[in-house]
Ligand binder design. Structure first.
Ligand code: B12
Ligand code: SF4
Length: 477
């Protein structure tokens, strides 16, 4: 069977946590999830192609022309919640054009399977993991039509949606094939902070063992790949795809010390000239691990800090404290690792004063980069469940059903209103990045013309967004 995996363009949504400029400029990353699913189909003996319409900026029509040359029997899409309708419109267009079935999967099908299947464009969907269900589904689709025994499959039978429960058993992450990077234009990807090409993203764990109520990853099962598996994937990236920079997208790296040390030793022993970045909690790092990470090419760590106010950190159940934050940042800097701090504006109990204090703290910490996001009730989180209970309706469910427009969600946990949160977030970026000392620090570190151009472009957009605020807001912080 010939399967066309399609990665559609997506853009900033009103309910998103990030400012538009951040969503649009932060990264054009490879669609690694689709590359995983494509690799599963390929391992099962099918012919696959992956069309990254986002990176090539293809219109639907252009994408259709490329896909036509491949001549698929099946179209496959990954759906997240935010971009559900945007992806659906692509699926609808291509399905009408090719008159072939549409297969769907992705996190939104674990959260809202029935609601997603109310849209007739989607013929089949895999709920949960594709590793075992997808090969079985493709086999049945090719040879027969009894879908009733495929775990985690959603399909239609005489116009009725059928939903087979997914298997309870969780696959070992080591059993996954490596993402099918041979189907991707690896030389085209980059992030705002990328220093080298080729650049890729990689996953060495899924989920997270913590349970922060605002986080969508907290509900996903935590699985860890072995050092051997990760090292083999790095080797493949380095030798086969010329990759020289890796962004580990794990929710929180540095949680499995012995495994991590084994990975660091292998990178050094093999002499792989790579630089890498990762995300981490501040309370799982220490001198030893950051020192070894730096020796193995770690150049940036993104720490989830969220707030400087103990009462806010307590309210969001982050389970970290100020001295852990300071220690993690100072230690990273000691070993030449740059630090990005993630903060949220509009947390439970947040006031103008707490935002102001957090911003002052971020400046004092000597962070290299910051990201301020709006605290929102993301789909699948405890906050979203609480909001649905208190407001008597689940916005995300209604959104998938197509009954409500894209809009900002209420934040009843703070007295700050929607406008305040938006303004303080913009103000925080301006106030952090446009300090003369910080600007000079950035300029002195620029390593290429491309990097300079990136900073100018994003800087101008941030300035524009700040100057569109009214005078009163500018004076707030
Ligand atoms: C890597 C990643 C990305 C990558 C790659 C995405 C891609 N298209 O391949 C990039 C950086 C591009 C990305 C972008 C975005 N992401 Co993202 N991403 C992740 C991340 C960190 C890891 C996902 C992963 O690799 N999992 C490992 C794979 C093996 O497991 P899996 O995802 O569960 O996939 C399995 C099944 O779902 C199923 N499956 C998945 N897709 C498909 C498709 C088909 C056809 C089939 C049959 C099966 C199937 O099979 C897979 C293998 O078993 C997750 C957070 C997390 N830790 O999970 C966020 C996450 C999924 N992303 C999220 C979001 C919001 C986005 C963006 C909207 C962000 C933005 N505003 O720009 C965009 C939208 C991207 C898009 N439309 O594709 C949210 C989703 C929330 C939601 N309910 O919608 C998450 C949970 C992060 C978060 N903190 O909220 N993302
Ligand atoms: S915020 Fe970080 S630590 Fe908390 S659940 Fe999410 S990924 Fe884990």
């Amino acid at each position: 069977m010939k399967i066309a995996f399609v990665h559609c363009p997506f853009n900033h949504k009103k309910f998103a946590e990030n400012l538009k400029v951040v969503d649009e400029e932060f990264c054009v990353a490879p669609p690694i999830v689709l590359a995983y699913v494509a690799a599963i189909a390929e391992r099962a003996g099918h012919k696959v192609a992956l069309f990254d319409c986002r990176v090539f900026r293809w219109s639907m029509k252009e994408a259709a022309e490329k896909i036509k040359r491949f001549g698929p029997d099946l179209l496959a899409f990954r759906f997240d919640t935010y971009n559900f309708h945007q992806t659906l419109s692509w699926a609808r267009y291509l399905k009408e054009r090719f008159k072939i079935p549409v297969l769907a999967g992705g996190i939104n099908f674990s959260l809202y399977p029935f609601e997603s299947m109310t849209h007739n464009t989607i013929d089949y969907a895999i709920i949960g993991e594709a590793i075992y269900s997808l090969p079985r589904f493709l086999e049945v689709l090719e040879r027969g039509s009894d879908f009733s025994k495929i775990p985690g499959l959603a399909y239609r039978n005489q116009e009725k949606v059928k939903l087979n429960p997914p298997t309870e058993e969780l696959a070992n992450f080591d059993d996954y094939p490596f993402p099918a990077r041979h189907l991707l234009p690896n030389e085209r990807y980059s992030s705002f902070l990328t220093q080298r090409r080729n650049y890729t993203i990689m996953l060495t764990t899924t989920g997270c063992p913590y349970d922060c109520p605002f986080c969508a990853i907290a509900s996903l099962p935590y699985r860890v790949r072995s050092s051997q598996s990760v090292i083999a994937e790095i080797r493949e990236c380095y030798e086969k795809y010329g990759i020289r920079e890796i962004d580990f997208f794990d929710a929180t790296f540095f949680m499995n010390r012995e495994r991590d040390f084994a990975i660091f030793r292998a990178i050094q022993k093999e002499g792989w000239d790579i630089e890498w970045a990762c995300r981490s909690r501040v309370d799982v790092v220490d001198d030893e691990i950051l020192k070894e990470a730096a020796k193995a090419g770690c150049r940036r760590v993104y720490f989830g800090i969220e707030s400087s106010q103990p009462e806010v950190l307590k309210a969001i159940r982050k389970k970290i404290n100020i001295s852990q934050i300071r220690r993690a940042i100072d230690t990273s800097h000691r070993y030449g690792i740059k630090v990005m701090g993630f903060f949220m504006v509009g947390n439970p109990g947040e006031t103008k004063k707490t935002v102001e204090n957090t911003l002052k703290f971020a400046k004092r910490l000597n962070l290299d980069f910051v990201q301020f996001s709006r605290a929102i009730a993301k789909p699948g989180t405890q906050w979203a469940k609480d909001l649905a209970r208190e407001s008597g309706g689940d916005y995300w469910r209604e959104f998938i059903l197509g009954k409500v427009e894209e809009k900002r969600l209420p934040t009843p946990w703070t007295n700050l209103n929607e406008e305040d949160i938006e303004k303080y977030t913009k103000r925080a970026y301006y106030s952090f990045y446009f300090r003369p000392r910080h600007l000079l620090r950035i300029i002195l570190r620029i390593r290429s013309f491309a990097e300079l151009w990136r900073y100018i472009r994003v800087g101008c957009r941030m300035l524009f967004s700040y100057f569109s605020l009214d005078i009163k807001t500018k004076e707030v912080i």
